[in-house]
Design a protein around this ligand. Structure first.
Ligand code: SF4
Length: 79
């Protein structure tokens, strides 16, 4: 993990919250995590990290794993 990653993570709106909120059993139960992310000042850095690292689990930058797979497919198609 780079220093830049540490910096944005320390500013996340999820700091201090139960990490399990961001790893729901079912993506249909991700509404609260997504609402926290939606108000997070480092949402874009978080999403970029998740996309770059192909994070397969959890809510990152207000996206589910399914959302990110779709975004990566779209990136590939437009590349
Ligand atoms: S976007 Fe969500 S998961 Fe990422 S740092 Fe912000 S609150 Fe945490």
């Amino acid at each position: 993990m780079s220093v830049a990653d540490v910096v944005w993570r320390s500013k996340g709106a999820c700091q201090g919250l139960d990490a399990e909120i961001f790893y729901p059993d079912n993506e249909d139960h991700a509404d609260f995590a997504i609402s926290v992310c939606s108000q997070c000042e480092v949402r874009i850095a978080c999403l970029d990290y998740a996309l770059d690292n192909r994070e397969q689990q959890g809510i990152w930058g207000a996206t589910t794993a399914r959302d990110r797979r779709r975004m990566l497919r779209q990136r590939k198609q437009t590349a």
